[in-house]
Design a protein around this ligand. Structure first.
Ligand code: HEM
Length: 459
């Protein structure tokens, strides 16, 4: 593969770590006496705290959290500046490294500029039409099998159930591993890695989640490493086999370590985000059953057209679920904030922000700005009809990010969501349990606080 430009080629050797003093001219927090307490308070209510900060300080402010000083930028213009990154000011690798580097090194989001472009192009083969059609087949059969026992069953917690199902689906469409004990072992190792990536203790000390995560990574890396030779030069429609055979502009294959790193990262990028999205859609559909009815009508129309199946060609007919998904992701974005690091000084809204600053954009808050989203807390999928979207800033809705690092699995995510609700809602309805609290923990990836208890009632 082309020798990519390594991160240190574009990072100034003397990139500073701005302190409170360097950011003092910005509106924002004062140094906390016990910084940990501030972080804990934030994590207890990230949305409430973020709203307060925007109210108190505006859309550009200094913040202290997770051990350091940084700058928050809120709003569509900020999203465009950072995500589109026209002037190559922001590094995604330096933003995400502190969170992901231990367990998911060299994933796409942890690369920048030329290196990123080369790898992204190589991975894109796995998301072209032919493999996507194959994944849809796997998703349809896996989902139908996975939810078979739900209809008419007693109340159950939806969140753990969908988490288990999305893992099983990933084993099939990402890895080409059939359901069974092997898939189970992979799932366990993978869950350990993902949980460790957000663990508070960052060192792999005995009995910590980080230790289990490191072990999980070893297991996954060895699984991928052993499989790669057998997958090279073979036809296969799963994402792993596609990536084993992808080539760069010069026709060279990715090396084994790059494949291992990309696979680990892809599975992580896909898993909790999809689980969170489906859970928030179920949350809103349970509260707004009229939208279940509209979705069902379209499902029956598709079935009448195809003889019962959801085909790749009819995905576009399910546009109501797409509206519902967009509105659910507006209110509960699976990636509520995105970190970057400024490689140069820049000016935004008349504020000078120094090189080295940790910069965060905040979809969770941007998606609630009343000047962009009137009556922002109201659930209204019709905001996303083509007519109602006219004139809205391109970066007002960014659950999948934007610019060069925009989610590579976006179409996969839409497809999985459509397939899931196609199978779930055709003959059933979602009914929240009376005990359901309807609250989501928004960080680091949103999930229902009580597991989302519900019933799936057969119609
Ligand atoms: C609804 C589900 C999903 C959401 C909301 C989501 C969200 C995001 C966001 C916000 C980013 C950009 C982060 C940044 O710029 O800092 C991203 C990147 C990425 N996502 Fe997704 N994602 C989802 C599902 C998936 C799936 C299913 C896959 C794979 C099949 C995937 C693969 C990736 C990859 C590879 C990147 C890195 C792209 C790059 O850096 O060039 N995502 N995703």
């Amino acid at each position: 593969m082309n020798a990519p430009t390594k991160a240190d080629a574009f990072i100034p050797a003397d990139l500073p770590e701005p302190t409170f003093e360097d950011l003092k001219h910005l509106p924002g927090m004062q140094p906390a006496r016990i910084q940990m307490l501030r972080t804990i308070k934030f994590l207890q209510d990230p949305l409430g705290r973020s709203k307060e900060m925007v109210e108190d300080y505006g859309r550009v402010f200094r913040r202290q959290d997770f051990g350091g000083w940084g700058v928050s930028l809120v709003g569509p213009e900020a999203n465009e500046l950072v995500l589109f990154n026209k002037d190559k000011i922001f590094s995604s690798a330096l933003g995400w490294n502190p969170v992901l580097e231990n367990l998911f090194p060299h994933g796409l989001m942890l690369m920048d500029f030329d290196e990123h472009r080369i790898h992204r192009k190589a991975l894109s083969v796995a998301f072209k039409e032919a493999p996507m059609k194959h994944y849809l087949g796997e998703l349809n059969s896996g989902i139908a099998r996975g939810i078979a026992g739900w209809s008419g069953a007693p109340e159950f917690k939806f969140y753990p159930a969908i988490k288990a199902l999305t893992l099983d689906l990933a084993a099939a469409s990402f890895l080409g591993v059939p359901w069974g004990p092997d898939a189970q072992k992979i799932n366990t190792a993978f869950v350990d890695m993902v949980m460790a990536s957000v663990a508070v203790v960052r060192k792999p000390l005995p009995l910590t989640q980080m230790r289990r995560g490191v072990k999980g990574r070893e297991f996954m890396s060895s699984f991928f490493g052993k499989e790669i030779p057998g997958r090279r030069g073979k036809a296969g429609d799963d994402i792993f086999t596609q990536i084993c055979n992808t080539t760069d502009d010069d026709g060279a294959l990715l090396n084994d370590q790059a494949i291992i790193d990309h696979m680990n990262f892809l599975m992580m990028a896909a898993h909790d985000t999809t689980t969170s999205s489906i859970s928030s859609i179920v949350h809103f559909l349970g509260a707004h059953p009229e939208w279940q009815d509209s979705i069902r009508e379209q499902i029956h129309a598709v079935k009448a057209k195809t003889g019962g199946a959801l085909t790749y060609e009819t995905l576009g007919d399910l546009d109501v679920i797409e509206l519902v998904m967009k509105e659910s992701l507006r209110l509960i974005p699976p990636v509520p904030s995105m970190p970057r690091r400024a490689l140069k000084d820049f000016v935004f809204m008349n504020h000078h922000i120094p090189a080295g600053s940790h910069v965060g954009i905040n979809p969770m808050m941007t998606h609630r700005l009343a000047d962009v989203w009137p009556d922002p807390e109201r659930f209204d999928p019709l905001r996303f009809t083509p007519e109602n979207s006219k004139g809205r800033h391109k970066y007002a809705w960014v659950p999948f990010g934007g610019g060069g690092h925009m989610c590579l699995g976006l179409h996969f995510a839409y497809m999985q969501v459509k397939s899931f609700f196609f199978h779930l809602l055709a003959d059933n309805r979602i009914v929240h349990a009376d005990s359901y609290r309807g609250e989501f923990a928004m960080f680091p990836i949103p999930k229902p606080k009580d597991g989302l208890p519900l019933r799936i009632e057969r119609l």
